[in-house]
Write a protein that binds this ligand. Structure first.
Ligand SMILES: NC(=O)c1ccc[n+]([C@@H]2O[C@H](COP(=O)([O-])OP(=O)(O)OC[C@H]3O[C@@H](n4cnc5c(N)ncnc54)[C@H](O)[C@@H]3O)[C@@H](O)[C@H]2O)c1
Length: 246
């Protein structure tokens, strides 16, 4: 049975990804910083702490698939971002991905096969107001994904990224608990709905599958087309007040 590790699997997208991979036939090891709420089958591991990651990796042993999903964000205007918050977001999102990639990737390199899927965000490519280090951290993970693909592809290890758009989860509840916010935000998405955790889990499943055997170093945005909606911001000439005729 193939084995997978999913980080941040205690709730939200990570929990859905772990469920989907288990349904796909993986033996899934679920890691989370705060395993208590999610039950006994979650192993405590703070991915920003290298010693914890190394200890868990040596206990878990060889795996076929690593999903770097654990992630955090802190809201503040750029001028108000606390340096400690900036550092923590980078330490978890980028540092955690690096630690797990190295710690679990060594076994993949020894085996000459393996697959890594990193969970980024549309914020990796588009600035998002008031999320401080988040976009920088996810852009960093995207760069690390390409780096991994380049260096480890020749040794049988693929690395790709999934970029969710707007998905209600426990972590985004403070935004999406308000039905008015859900409606307005869904209206901005070309598919006119928010994403679900299963939308994201399905794409992780695809990237981990033999169907994606020749996909390496890519990012697949799972956002209903939101990242392609830039031109909808432009008013059409007819919507601009005043004369338009030359
Ligand atoms: N929900 C969205 O709209 C959305 C959009 C784009 C990207 N993402 C990304 O998807 C991932 C999951 O987000 P979510 O919405 O499910 O969040 P969430 O807060 O609901 O769940 C995140 C999980 O990660 C765990 N975690 C946090 N820091 C950790 C650490 N240092 N070590 C181990 N586990 C840790 C948390 O305990 C939690 O269980 C994140 O990387 C996030 O940036 C989410």
């Amino acid at each position: 049975m193939p084995r997978a590790v999913v980080t941040g699997a205690g709730r939200g997208l990570g929990a859905a990804i772990a469920r989907r991979l288990a349904a796909d036939g993986f033996d899934v090891v679920r890691l989370d910083r705060t395993p208590g709420a999610a039950g006994d089958d979650v192993t405590a591991c703070d991915v920003s702490d290298r010693s914890q990651v190394d200890a868990v990796a040596s206990r878990v042993g060889e795996i076929d698939l690593l999903v770097n999903n654990a992630g955090i964000w802190r809201f503040a205007a750029l001028e108000d971002v606390e340096p400690t918050d900036f550092a923590e977001v980078l330490a978890v999102n980028l540092g955690g991905t690096f630690h797990c990639t190295q710690a679990f990737g060594r076994g993949m390199l020894d085996a000459g096969r393996g697959c890594i899927v990193n969970v980024v965000s549309i914020a990796a490519a588009a600035a998002n107001p008031s999320v401080g280090a988040y976009g920088a951290s996810k852009a960093g993970v995207l760069a690390l994904t390409r780096q991994t693909a380049l260096e480890w592809g020749p040794r049988g290890v693929r690395a790709n990224a999934v970029g969710p758009g707007l998905v209600p989860t426990p972590g985004t509840a403070q935004v999406y608990d308000d039905p008015r916010v859900r409606t307005v935000r869904a209206g901005a998405v070309p598919m006119r709905r928010l994403g679900t955790d299963d939308d994201v889990a399905g794409v992780v499943s695809f990237l981990a599958s033999p169907d994606a055997a020749y996909v390496n170093g890519q990012v697949l945005y799972v956002d209903g087309g939101l990242s392609q909606a830039l031109m909808t911001l432009l008013p059409r000439p007819a919507d601009v007040p005043g004369p338009h005729e030359p």
